[in-house]
Design a protein around this ligand. Structure first.
Ligand SMILES: [Zn+2]
Length: 314
């Protein structure tokens, strides 16, 4: 590959620094003598008070230590085929984000990238599978306005399930994708670019995520702010954040399975690390082609070979 121009590099470096600052805002420095941390799903950990049911080691002990820099805490992982459901919230008309992210959804399953997640397993030593499908998706015309709190995001998901627009699926991951005119007031663009969590919806443990349009704050949430592989800076940045959240949802769906002692889940350990890149046709940086489209997707942590940020496994 040709080397990247200094000008491009500096822009990327500056944006990466700003992102790191934004994401690190609530992260307390890890300590070897202080408490262990548990994940919040937003990219940082909080001290483990032991008061959150299900967030301690599942069998009366501490975490199961691996030699790969990330540990198993007893909770479930997602097994078999995971079904992903998009909820396009707000105004996505005439936006190429729809095709960019739908192609990603259709192409992640079975990819060398998603295969990294198969290095994670549950208490029965059953591994996550490299299988992701997209049964259906839906839209939402600002049912909760354009300033959402975390509870609104959950309500958007539960509304769609209750109304029958989306199935109630214990093997599902529901992703609320918000247009650039929508804010998530708990910290989108200042504390995080996306997050995931779970809740009981219609008596099913439902996994869901928020991914906002990075066009709202490219300096904080886009690795490339001037150009991007598919000519849509916001959507191309969302692709990386989305991959991050899905990696975490299949390996730590209830925030009590796989994370390190800082409370970092697999993708958190590789946030904003992209590995070896190449030039897409329009001159922007990319690092993988999925379904015929180039993407710049962050690396993920392999729970093998001592643990590393990688773009593919094996
Ligand atoms: Zn994360």
């Amino acid at each position: 590959m040709r080397t990247t121009s200094v000008a491009t590099l500096s822009v990327v470096a500056v944006s990466l620094l700003m992102v790191a600052a934004a994401e690190a805002g609530a992260i307390r420095p890890p300590s070897n003598t202080g408490p262990d941390y548990v994940p919040t799903g937003k990219g940082w950990g909080v001290p483990d008070t032991g008061k959150t049911p299900g967030q301690k080691g599942g069998h009366g002990g501490g975490p199961k230590k691996t030699s790969n820099g990330i540990n198993y805490h007893g909770g479930p992982v997602m097994l078999g085929t995971t079904n992903m459901y998009y909820i396009w919230y707000g105004d996505w008309s005439a936006n190429s984000a729809v095709s960019i992210l739908e192609n990603l959804a259709l192409s992640l399953g079975g990819s060398p990238y998603f295969n990294i997640n198969t290095t994670y397993y549950d208490g029965s030593n059953t591994n996550v599978s490299n299988s992701l499908t997209v049964p259906t998706s839906t839209t939402d015309n600002y049912s909760h306005g354009n300033a959402l709190g975390d509870t609104d995001v959950q309500a958007i998901v539960s509304d769609k399930i209750a109304s029958g627009s989306l199935p109630a699926d214990p093997n599902g991951v529901y992703v609320v994708l918000t247009s650039a005119d929508v804010n998530e007031t708990s910290g989108f663009c200042t504390q995080y670019c996306g997050w995931h969590t779970h809740a009981s919806i219609l008596n099913i443990d439902t996994k869901f995520a928020f991914v906002g349009n990075a066009e709202r704050c490219p300096s904080a949430c886009s690795a490339q702010t001037a150009n991007s592989p598919n000519g849509n800076v916001g959507a191309d940045a969302m692709a990386s954040v989305l991959a991050h959240e899905v990696d975490e949802m299949v390996t730590d769906p209830d925030l009590n399975a796989w994370y390190d002692r800082r409370g970092y889940e697999n993708a958190d350990k590789c946030a904003w690390k992209f590995g070896t890149t190449y030039k897409a046709a329009n001159g922007s940086d990319a690092n993988m082609n999925l379904g015929g489209m180039d993407y710049l997707i962050q690396q993920n942590w392999e729970n093998a070979n001592g643990g590393n940020c990688v773009l593919s496994y094996p």
